[in-house]
Design a protein around this ligand. Structure first.
Ligand code: GP9
Ligand code: MN
Length: 405
């Protein structure tokens, strides 16, 4: 094995966490990941003009079979949605610049679809956009997906399109027979699209709540498209039940990345009722994560984590052991895991502190007060070490050497 990969292994061994009681709780079940476009966690349980933005998700969170993580961050960079996909399927970080989906699609990887193939799973991605967007058609081969249902598999007409293409409600509707056609068990991802910048809707019936009134159009429209997406998730969930694709399935709903950039801090101050300093900006990088399955013991999870942790979390839920896999994340359900998150800009969040990589400012986690001194020196260094090691794996295509022991 290459000495560089050994260095990575040694580092990862030092942060391993033993799985807990959730190990194997979803053994043999189907997996349905739902990528919720641009959805940030602050919309959860939020009302605008007296109405909930995400009524379906708010209910789902309180379901006895749902695990809800309220301190879950995205790790994406310039590769946006594609970065989230890469991170979640590999437990490796995206790159500091560019999109790993386009720059390193020829790498050797050990992504979840390939791992689950050994366990008898089929895998597929569902998305209403062109298959070549983000180089997905090429990268999905590398990740080991058996099937990619893309624009050409859907009936996409102007009447049911907006912005990037097929609207989420018809997207899910048309996806149901495709899922039903898959051999079980399956590992799948559904990538939504309508709640994407610039957050436009073209039909009155799609506008289920009023816009906000900050005068910043992007922010004002954001809640309306989020509400539309939430409705599509509700319908999808119900259809999956009707189609008998529910009881043997684990659903993983996650936000892919932020939708409102720091260019909108003035309006966001109005929405959040507080100034958006680097502390609040970093907290706004939290995205919803809900894991739901009939029979699963649900609860609200305060542990700090990020998308990098999903691969080990899912594999452990399925009871699939992956001792030798190179994973930068840890099982979010492991009782002794380190509660922390590292973001692509070098920020790091722990129970005690929040280090903002962009400004270099260190905050007390709970109070949000700036703290003087060396409190965040370790966080800054740990974040750099981890990101650099992950980048080494990707740039050096080091997983080529993973089977040489
Ligand atoms: C495109 C969709 C959006 O197919 O996934 O991509 P994004 O711009 O969010 O990365
Ligand atoms: Mn996206």
């Amino acid at each position: 094995e290459s000495s560089e990969l050994s260095e990575v292994r040694n580092y990862l061994n030092s942060k391993k966490a033993e799985p807990g009681e959730y190990f194997g709780e979803a053994e043999g079940k189907n997996v349905v990941l739902v990528s919720m476009e641009s959805l940030q966690n602050f919309v959860i349980n939020k009302k605008v003009n007296g109405k909930e933005v995400t009524p379906f998700l708010n209910d789902l969170i309180n379901d006895k079979n749902s695990l809800y993580f309220n301190n879950f961050y995205h790790n994406t960079g310039q590769g946006k949605t594609s970065d989230s996909e890469f991170i979640i399927d590999n437990s490796l970080y995206g790159l500091p610049r560019g999109a790993v989906f386009t720059t390193n699609a020829g790498n050797e990887l050990n992504a979840t679809p390939n791992i689950l193939k050994e366990e008898g799973y089929t895998s597929a991605v569902f998305h209403g956009n062109h298959d070549s967007f983000w180089n997905r058609d090429v990268m999905y081969e590398t990740l080991g997906y058996d099937r990619f249902f893309s624009k050409k598999d859907y009936n996409v007409t102007d009447d049911i399109s907006v912005n990037y293409g097929l609207k989420d409600i018809p997207f899910f509707e048309q996806s149901i027979p495709m899922v039903q056609g898959l051999e079980e068990p399956y590992y799948t991802r559904f990538i939504t699209l309508t709640h994407h910048y610039p957050f436009t809707l073209n039909k009155e019936e799609d506008k289920m709540i009023d816009q906000t009134n900050t005068g910043d159009g992007t922010v004002d429209r954001y809640f309306q498209t989020a509400r539309y997406m939430d409705e599509s998730l509700k319908k999808f969930f119900e259809s999956m039940k009707d189609a008998d694709e529910y009881k043997d399935t684990v659903f993983v709903f996650y936000g892919d990345h932020y939708g409102i950039s720091e260019n909108h801090n003035r309006a966001m101050k109005e929405i959040m009722g507080t100034e958006i300093r680097p502390y609040e900006h970093t907290q706004l990088q939290r995205v919803p994560l809900i894991i739901h399955s009939p029979g699963l013991e649900g609860k609200k999870m305060e542990t700090i984590g990020s998308q990098i942790d999903l691969k080990p979390t899912i594999l452990n839920l399925l009871g699939v052991k992956t001792e030798n896999d190179i994973q930068f994340g840890t099982d979010l359900l492991a009782p002794d895991r380190e509660s922390d998150a590292i973001l692509r800009d070098g920020s790091m969040i722990t129970e005690d502190y929040l280090y903002d990589g962009e400004s270099g400012i260190c905050y007390d986690h709970d109070s949000g007060e700036e703290v003087e001194g060396t409190h965040c020196d370790d966080l800054k260094e740990d974040a750099q070490t981890e990101l650099n090691l992950s980048d080494k794996v990707v740039y050096g295509d080091l997983l080529r050497f993973k089977d040489e022991e």
